[in-house]
Design a protein around this ligand. Structure first.
Ligand SMILES: Cc1ncc(COP(=O)(O)O)c(C=O)c1O
Length: 399
């Protein structure tokens, strides 16, 4: 499938220039169709009913889990469906049996969803060591090594920064975690669906994924990859229907994994859609998606950084899919508003739920940044339209 084929599956792209894939990916028609098929033809609950429609729904959910597991090269039982990336990270942060004096290493360049769940563990006596990124938002693995000691229980990092696009060396950091026998967690919110994601190669104990960003699945979906032996050690936070095998008045026996982590009725249509969306991305081919993404990232960075009075952030050699920038003396929200009004260009503006990273990069006082982010459906014409409009805004208002 070429980029133009994908565009024709996403009707809103006829209306707007969508440069906000990092927030959420638009859902292509075949994914919507898979969800409509559920609503029109077998809208029942999973796991509970003995009648054929309910059995069909259970089978469809199993298929969806298999598809998602295959997409990241994991066994299906190591995939826990969640409502988003945030929930996946919180399952781990809440679930591990923390002891006073344990420490966690977390960069200062993270999205709040991979920062606050760890920061809160200070209340339990956990030391949260915040590792400073360099001026381009990159974590130097050697610096991580210096911060490791006998108390280091977990190292966590985001693969691609949602704020600046910085691409971290997750493979090297994985080796460091392994050598030091620390648990390792990756936030893959901005890389999954954009580049090959193979959990066997990533060697992390836990990887948090959205369903609604790079994989172009529906909102309200995400998943946690969790090694089986690690999942067995996690405390379950949401007990209820579907999470137990047996109960008496004094005790209960937990269901197998992953069912014990998916209490209550889940977003069935959403996960069926997610299964369809990973098929969709695989039909395009991840190598093609990544190649296209790297090309457009370069065009975006080069085009914007050539505009007078515009500052782009990060190292252009080490970013993927996202370019953050500012026009001198104009608030990022104003830039985003004008881009929308003048040319229907959708970009994100502000602190991108990453306030520590805004402070680190010296842009917090400016109101954050304007962020353009791309996917396979974007074209060089989209980038050109953004660059031209930014140029006009900078000429008219910039100093
Ligand atoms: C790097 C990163 N982590 C976590 C999240 C939270 O994702 P979700 O909205 O799926 O919970 C985001 C969302 O933008 C993100 O970019």
């Amino acid at each position: 499938m070429e980029s133009a084929d994908v565009r024709s599956d996403i009707p809103i792209l006829e209306e707007v220039i969508y440069l906000d894939a990092a927030s959420t990916g638009p859902t292509p028609q075949p994914v919507v169709d898979a969800m409509c098929d559920y609503f029109y033809n077998y809208n029942t609950n999973t796991g509970r009913g003995a009648y054929s429609l309910a059995i069909k729904t259970t089978q469809k959910m199993q298929e969806a889990r298999q598809k998602v597991a295959g997409f990241v090269n994991a066994p299906p039982e190591e995939i826990i469906f969640t409502k988003n990336t945030t929930e996946a990270i919180n399952i781990v942060a809440h679930g591990l049996n923390w002891e006073k004096g344990d420490s966690i290493l977390v960069p200062n360049i993270e999205h709040h969803s991979n920062f606050l769940p760890w920061l809160r563990l200070k209340e339990k006596g956990v030391n949260v060591k915040v590792i400073k990124a360099d001026k381009n938002g990159i974590i130097n693995p050697e610096q991580l090594v210096e911060s490791i000691d006998d108390t280091t229980r977990l190292i966590t990092i985001t693969h691609v920064s949602n704020a600046f696009g910085s691409l971290q060396d997750i493979y090297e950091i994985g080796k460091i975690a392994e050598e030091n026998e620390s648990l390792y967690m990756i936030d893959a919110a901005q890389s999954v669906g954009h580049m090959e994601t193979n959990v066997k190669k990533m060697k992390a104990n836990f990887i948090a994924f959205p369903g609604h960003k790079g994989t172009l699945g529906p909102v309200g979906t995400g998943f946690l990859y969790c090694k089986y032996e690690d999942a067995e050690k996690l405390e379950v936070s949401d007990l209820g229907g579907g999470t137990v095998l047996d109960v008496d008045e004094n005790n209960y026996q937990l269901e197998s994994i992953p069912a014990r982590f998916e209490g209550g009725t889940s977003n069935i249509a959403g996960y069926i859609g997610l299964g369809a969306s990973v098929d969709y991305i695989q039909n395009i081919g991840l190598k093609k998606v990544e190649k296209h993404g790297l090309k457009l990232t370069k065009e975006l960075y080069q085009g914007l950084s050539n505009v007078e009075n515009v500052t782009c952030y990060g190292d252009p050699q080490n970013i993927y899919g996202i370019v953050s920038f500012n026009i001198n003396n104009i608030h990022p929200h104003d830039v985003a508003k004008i881009l929308d009004e003048v040319r229907k260009i959708c970009v994100r503006s502000g602190h991108h739920c990453a306030i520590p990273s805004m402070k680190h990069m010296g842009v917090h006082e400016l109101g954050g940044t304007v962020r353009a982010s791309i996917h396979y459906y974007n074209t060089s014409e989209d980038i050109q339209a953004l660059v031209e409009t930014v140029e006009d805004i900078a000429k008219t208002f910039g100093v």
